[in-house]
Design a binder for this molecule. Sequence first.
Ligand code: AHR
Length: 321
Amino acid sequence: MKLNRRTLTTAIAAASLAALLPATALAQKKIVLGFSQVGAESEWRTANTESIKSAAKEAGIELKFSDAQQKQENQIKAIRSFIAQKVDVIAFSPVVESGWETVLREAKAAKIPVVLTDRSVNTKDDSLYVSFMGSDFVEEGRKAGRWLVEKMKDQKGEVNIVELQGTVGSAPAIDRKKGFEEIIKADPKFKIIRSQTGDFTRAKGKEVMEAFLKADGKKINVLYAHNDDMAIGAIQAIEEAGLKPAKDITIISIDAVKGAFEAMIAGKLNVSVECSPLLGPQLMSAVKDIKAGKPLPKRIVTEETIFPMEVAAKEFPKRKY
Ligand code: AHR
């Protein structure tokens, strides 16, 4: 075939377009993130899910979201499905600390980086995940303990505490217990007389508090709840038992969600230690960094504070969750 000037120009244009196409298609290919969430057990968790979904949208990351309904086996299934779908990055908030080695090795073998958010795993091999971002739960427990020790510093007799623990085997339940005990053990007047799981839910918090009240009634001076939802459930139980929450029983909880602020403003909760669920933007920027080959810190700790009831009304309008 004889090439004239026109056919040559067309051929060159077509060739350049073909050369350009894969690059354009590549640039437009979205990063795919598989995220396995614990469930929807608390106001905190709902805010966390919302933060992750909206941050993914904002960052232009395709999110494959799976709700494990507080069951580890569902999280393992979701992670395996993300591996099969060859997502770019897997992130998850582990419902419990142990039992992740096998599935994390599968992700590593498939060369899919894993980010832990909110809760950590218990493993000797920390090459199984790239980074862990979230709160320092032990410190949250310490903050709760320090607040109590200060509040009760002039109290002479015994201080009987009942504890509503989070989900059995979960990092926040283990660590918040540990941090709190570490502080109160300095003074033998503080006694944890009952401690049971309320699984981080309002319904369970109420049910277990009812049982505590039945067993110990007026003996109880303090309730330490590992999250606000359980404290709010327990407040109902306390009122139904004819007692005044935050007066007859001092109540300390963790999260600082809006529901806790409402309870503090109503004079029914003494203090809430902050635990921020707004991890979405941080996670999306980590995912982008991983894809760009940038190194990430192994541990990213969220900065948090504590809100006693005296500051609740002033702080409430600023709360984002
Ligand atoms: O892991 C964070 C904890 O999980 C929050 O304190 C609690 O409310 C949630 O369910």
